[in-house]
Design a protein around this ligand. Structure first.
Ligand code: HEC
Length: 163
């Protein structure tokens, strides 16, 4: 997050905290920052705590200390990293191309919002998984991924970070 935006976020959080009985700090990163939680989150947590709200302070302590929350966050980041690697992996197909050969990451920004999408050729809705499999089969001449393949979820995780 750009510095100015981070400062603004912190100020807004502090103001909101005074008026809300409970709130949560949710961070979504696509960057490879290793500090978990980030400096911004901790500073924001400090400011909200300063706003003297017991509920909020407890919620934040939970986020910062809860090993489950941290594990979930790390698992998510690992999935995103694997998804990014797959996005650049030519071995998904047989044409020597990867997803990245045809798509810049930014071109798929928010793409999941459009799904399920009505496909006039198939005369039905298709979901994003199916659209990705279609890419692998038709555009990359690869073997379609079996249902519930972890690689779908990893690609989806990566695509969802393209905000
Ligand atoms: C050879 C080029 C090529 C490759 C490789 C390719 N795509 Fe595509 N992709 C396209 C084109 C062209 C479209 C436009 C729609 C169509 O042809 O069906 C598209 C459409 C899409 C869409 C739908 C976009 C929308 O607006 O609904 C998604 C999602 C997508 N691709 C993801 C992927 C992923 C993930 C991979 C890798 C597994 C991939 N593509 C590989 C060319 C490619």
């Amino acid at each position: 997050m750009a510095g100015g935006a981070a400062v603004l976020l912190m100020q807004v959080s502090q103001t909101i905290a005074k008026h809300m009985p409970d709130c949560e700090i949710i961070e979504l990163h696509h960057d490879k920052k290793l500090d978990a939680p980030s400096g911004t989150a901790i500073r924001t947590a400090d400011l909200i705590t300063e706003a003297d709200n017991e509920h909020v302070a407890r919620a934040i302590a939970k986020i910062l200390d809860d090993p489950n929350a941290l594990a979930a966050r790390n698992a998510w980041r690992e999935a995103v990293d694997r998804g990014e690697a797959l996005f650049n992996d030519t071995k998904l197909g047989a044409t020597g191309k990867s997803c990245a050969s045809c798509h810049s990451a930014s071109s798929l920004r928010n793409v999941e919002d459009a799904y399920p999408k009505f496909d006039p050729v198939r005369k039905r809705f298709v979901d994003l998984n199916e659209a990705i499999n279609y890419m692998i089969q038709e555009r990359m001449k690869g073997t379609p991924l079996p249902p519930n393949d972890q690689r779908y979820f990893d690609l989806l995780a990566y695509i969802k970070t393209l905000k």
